[in-house]
Structures are given as C-alpha cells and as structure tokens.
Write a protein that binds this ligand. Structure first.
Ligand SMILES: *Cc1c(COP(=O)(O)O)cnc(C)c1O
Length: 390
C-alpha cells in the first residue's frame, strides 16, 4: 500500500496503512504493549539511536497507532501524520513544538472553546500571544499579522456557527508573512474537505469526533509535510500526549466508514436545516449547505457538502432554547459531536460557557443558539423530537 496516489479516498479508507503480522490477520491487529523487545544489546542501542527503524516504546511509536497515522495521512493527502491523545493535545503539541516564547498566533474568534482558552489564557503564560479575528474576511487576518506571527489558526466550518473560511486565501496571507496556516478539519474531515490541497500547512483533528464516528474514544492527530510533522513527533515522544493503541485501533476502524457516514449525515443535515428554516419558532439557521448561509458559495467550492452540523437560533432566549432541549426524548443532550447518534447542545452554557461573555458575544454565540450534530437516525424522527420544544 505504498503507492498511495493510485487509489481513491474510498479505497484508502479501508486499505491504506495496513501492516499484517506473520499471522496474516485480515483485520488490523491491536498491539497492546507498552514496549518492544530486542534481539541483542546492539539492536537495542541501534533502535534507541534511530540507526535502525523499528518500535521501541509505545510513547514513541506503536504498530496499531502507525497504521492509523498512515491511513489518515493517505486520506488527507499528507506526507505524514502524528496521532495524539486528543484533539486538544494535537493543538498543544503543534504549538509547543513549532513556536517559542515571543511568537504570536492569529486565530479566528469563533474556534472551539478549549482552543480559545489555550490560545487566550494558557499560552500567554509561556510567552506565546494570540490575536483573535472576528469574522472570516481574509483582509482582517492580514491586518492582525505582526512581525512575530508564526501561525494562523482556523477551523472551517467553525464550531458552532459554521462560519466558513477561505483556506486558499488564508494560506497565501500566512505564507507571504512567513507564517504557517493550521486548519482544524474536525467538522468536514478529509471525506468532505482536504485543506492541504488548498495550501494549508498543517491539519488538526479531534479524532474523537467523526473519525471515530461512534463516540467511543478520545483521539487526535496532526497531518502535514514530513519536516513539520517530524518536529511535532519529536515533542510528542518526549512529552507523551500519545494516542493509546486501543484508541488508535477503534479510530482506524472508524475511518473505514467515514465517507459513507459523512455523506449520509450531511444529507440528513441539509434536509433538517431546510425544515428548521421553514419553522415559525426558528429565528435563524446556520448551515453552509443552505443558500441563506453568507458563505454558501465558498463552502460549496471548498467542501463536498455542507457538513453534518446545523446550528439555529430559536425565537426568544435561554428559556426557549432550553425548552427545545428539554422537550427531546431521543436526541442526546451532550456536548460531543460527530457521532452516529444525533446530539443537541446549548453552546452558551456548555462548550463555550467558560470563555468570557465578551468573547462569546464577539463569537456570535447567543443564549438562543442550539447546535445539532446530525447522526444517522431518520430525519423525520429528529425533526419530531426538536419540534416538541419549538
Ligand atoms: C472537540 C474539538 C476539539 C478538541 O478535541 P478533543 O478530542 O475533545 O480534545 C478541537 N476542535 C474542534 C473543532 C472540536 O470540535
């Protein structure tokens, strides 16, 4: 499976990266081992020094984790991929391996709540500062650049408002400034969008979401060019936010159905978004697949579908939004997304509850906003559940 470009993404999802052991197992093996044995003292020394390729210790590499990394790299069209314990540890590892005290990040305001915390509150203690850009206009990103800006960080579509960012335009702006463009590709996954093809330098994944697809384990990954990913790997093997082999095995199998899940869940999301838009108790729907979305045209150029996340504002405030949640009998009230089970979230009081009210207002996350991560149930049933509280 080394001749990667010959296969289409559907094929890569089930075939890429598999290494069979001497037993010839058909399904990918789960190697639950913390360390690996050597045949001699000389081999141990050669493995540790890197003179000889091979596994040493599962904080560095593990065959099951390697299979996951190879498969995801193939799907993203990336030279390399490093797996991490979670999406947040993928972001942390990227920053700590590529930036140093005195460096600066330009990030979109509407990124995942924990990412905002990391850039806004944690990193400044280590001398890495960030500017947050409201809206998605490329010119606003250019205006926020400083002499010490080392990376631009976006999520597209963003969580939860599904704001769409022009990856190619932002890659140009970053590169002109000698900075990197890092894209959190959590909402689309490579099944719908491949940021590296559009000029991005690195992709962040929370594998916890669609890559697993069934809400079972936490995981993350960083994909990109060999040299950059190697830097992240050097940090990872020392610092240790490594993906467990068990989690890697779960997500590796999840990748096999990624595309059919993403297409089915996106189709259901579009259907639901249209129905919500027509409902009298709904003030506004945010879904890139709808012509009413301000960046519909860009989304349709950049993504294969509108994705599977639909956000909407109810008429009223927190009381009315919570009434919709509390009226549901089937939908899962949880902050997770990317599951085959539809989940319903009130971002202002959960995922984005810990950021300042000012930052929340600037992000456009109101008390009346709800986020539906559409799963594989029948759209009629999902709609009926939401209608009860509307
Ligand atoms: C969930 C999420 C993360 C963080 O991932 P974890 O696996 O929970 O650490 C990062 N970015 C986005 C867009 C997310 O939805």
């Amino acid at each position: 499976m080394n001749e990667k470009p010959q296969y289409q993404i559907d094929t890569l999802a089930v075939r890429a990266g598999q290494e069979r052991s001497q037993f010839g197992e058909h399904s990918e093996a789960l190697y639950l081992t913390s360390s690996f044995v050597f045949t001699s003292a000389a081999q141990a020394a050669a493995r540790f020094s890197g003179e000889e390729d091979g596994n040493v210790y599962s904080r560095f590499t593990n065959p099951t984790v390697t299979m996951f990394q190879e498969r995801l790299a193939a799907l993203e069209g990336a030279e390399a991929c490093i797996a991490t314990a979670s999406g947040m540890s993928a972001i942390l590892s990227t920053i700590l391996s590529l930036l140093k005290s005195g460096d600066h990040i330009v990030a979109a305001r509407g990124i995942f709540g924990a990412s905002q915390q990391m850039f806004g509150n944690i990193m400044p203690r280590f001398g890495v500062t960030s500017s947050f850009v409201t809206g998605s206009a490329p010119a606003a990103f250019r205006a926020a650049l400083q002499a010490n800006t080392k990376l631009i960080f976006i999520e597209t579509p963003s969580n939860p408002l599904t704001e769409v960012f022009d990856i190619a335009a932002l890659a140009d702006i970053a590169h002109e400034a000698g900075a990197l463009l890092v894209v959190d590709n959590c909402f689309c996954t490579p099944a719908l969008q491949r940021p590296l093809d559009l000029g991005a330098d690195l992709i962040i994944h929370s594998a916890t979401k669609y890559l697993d697809g069934q809400g079972r384990v936490l995981g993350g990954a960083v994909c990109g060019g060999k040299a950059l990913v190697e830097e992240v790997f050097k940090f990872m093997r020392t610092a240790g936010p490594t993906l467990s082999p068990f989690n890697a095995w779960i997500i590796l199998k999840g990748l096999e159905t990624l595309k059919i899940r993403m297409l089915a869940q996106s189709a259901a999301a579009l259907d639901l978004a249209r129905r919500l838009e027509a409902h009298p108790a709904v003030a506004r729907v945010f879904y890139p697949g709808l012509p009413s979305h301000p960046q519909h045209a860009l989304a349709m150029r950049q993504q294969a579908t509108g994705g599977a996340i639909v956000a909407f504002e109810v008429k009223g405030g927190r009381t009315e939004a919570w009434r919709v949640i509390d009226g549901c009998r089937m939908l899962s009230i949880t902050a997770n997304l990317g599951d085959v089970k539809t989940t319903l979230t009130h971002p202002a009081s959960t995922t984005h509850g810990r950021i300042s009210p000012e930052a929340r207002a600037e992000s456009g996350i109101t008390e009346s906003l709800l986020r539906v991560a559409v799963g594989l149930e029948a759209v009629d049933d999902i709609e009926a559940d939401l209608r009860r509280g509307l």
